[in-house]
Design a protein around this ligand. Sequence first.
Ligand code: ATP
Ligand code: MG
Length: 403
Amino acid sequence: MQYDTIIIRYGDLIMKGRNRAQFEKRMLQQLKLKLHDFKALKYHKLYGRLTITLNDEPYEEIASRLKDIFGLSTFSPVVSVPPELDKIRDTALGLMQSLDKPPATFKVSAKRGWKSFPHTSQELNHLVGSHVLRASEGLKVDVHRPEVELRVDVQEEAAYVFNTIERGPGGFPFGSNGKAMLLLSGGIDSPVAGWMAMRKGLELEAVHFHSYPFTSEKAKEKVIDLAKRLSHYAGAPLKLHLVPFTEIQTTFAQAKEDNLIITLMRRAMLRITEQLAIKNGANGIVTGESLGQVASQTLGSMNVIGRATDLPMLKPLIMMDKQEIIDDAVRIGTFETSILPYEDCCTLFLPKSPSTNPNLYIVERVENGLTELNRMIEEAVEKTEVMNLTPDAADASEEDRWF
Ligand code: ATP
Ligand code: MG
C-alpha cells in the first residue's frame, strides 16, 4: 500500500497564542525551503499540525531531509482516506497486508480529532481491529507490546492510517529564537555547540580567532569547512567572522603572566565578540565549553572569563561528557573535519600550568597595565574579515541548490 501523505508534528505543548502562529509559519517556510526541489508536494497547515501530500514524490528521500529540519519533533508516512468507517477498515487491512514482514501481534490505536465522526476512539479500535483479525490468519492482538501498532487518526478533512513514527531533531525552527554569535574553533566541541544552538531556533554568526602566521592557512580552511557544514543545517548562508588575533596574543605572551595567558586571551575574545555581536544585532555568545574539560573551563575560570562581557553566554555542552559530544559530532558530520591536525591560536601559547582558579583582581590589573590593549581590540574588530558561507557542492544534497 502506497503512502500518499506525511504528517508533521512539532512541539505543540510549549507554545501558545502568537508564538504558535509564528512557529507554524516558520516551520512551513523551512519545509518548503528544504524540500523545494520536490515540485509536486502540496503543503497544508491545519490546526496544530502540518501535512504534506506526496503526489508520487519519493518518500524515503524526503524523510531523510525531514530528519534534519529543526522544530520538527516527529513525522509519519500515512495513507489518507475519506473519514468513513468502511474506507478506514479496508485501508487498515491493506496497510497490514502490505508490510514487508507479517507481524504475529498488533493493536489498533485510534484517535478522533473530528468529534462529529460517529464512532469513539474505543469503538474504532474494535471495529478496525476485528476487521483486520478476521482477514489475517494467526494474527493476535497484544495491547501491551504489539509488533505493529496500527494507528488511525480521524480528522474532518481525512482519516490517516499509519504504523510508523519517525523522529526529527526537535527544537524550534531555524531563526525563531533570535541571533547569537558562535565562537567557532577548529575543535570537536564548538561545531556541536553550534548545531545545538541552531536546533533551539537560534540564528548564528560564527567568530573565529586566528594568529596568522603562527596558525596556518590549513587551520583557517578547516574552520571554513566546519562553518559550511553548519550552514547546511541552517538552510541559509552562515556568516563567518575571521578575527586577526596575532598582535593581542603576542602582547599577552610578553606580559610574563604565563598562568593567566589563557584567561587573558579568552577575555579579549569575548570583548571582541561582544562588539561584533552589537554590530550584527546578536544578543548572546555561544561556546563549546564543557565543565572541567580544561583549565579554562573550571567554574573558577569561567567566572573570571565571563565577566569580560555583559552578553549572556550560552554553553550547550556544559554538562556533557566528551564521549557524548563526540557521538554528536559524528552524527552531525563535523567530527572528521574536527580531528584533522591543526593548531588553534590558544594551543600555541599554552603554558605548562594554566590557572584553574584565576583571580579577577589580578587579571584586571594585568589588563590595565597593557596600555595598548583597548586599541588592539578596536583594531581587531575593524580588521575582521567576513565570509558568507554556503554548503559545499559535494556536501550539499539537492536541498542546498537554492543558494
Ligand atoms: P573546541 O573543541 O570547541 O575547540 P575545546 O575543548 O578545545 O573546544 P577550548 O580550546 O578551551 O576547548 O575552547 C573553549 C571554547 O572557546 C571553544 O569551544 C570555542 O567556543 C572557543 N574557542 C576556542 N578557540 C577559539 C578560536 N580560535 N576562535 C573562536 N573560538 C574559540
Ligand atoms: Mg579548542
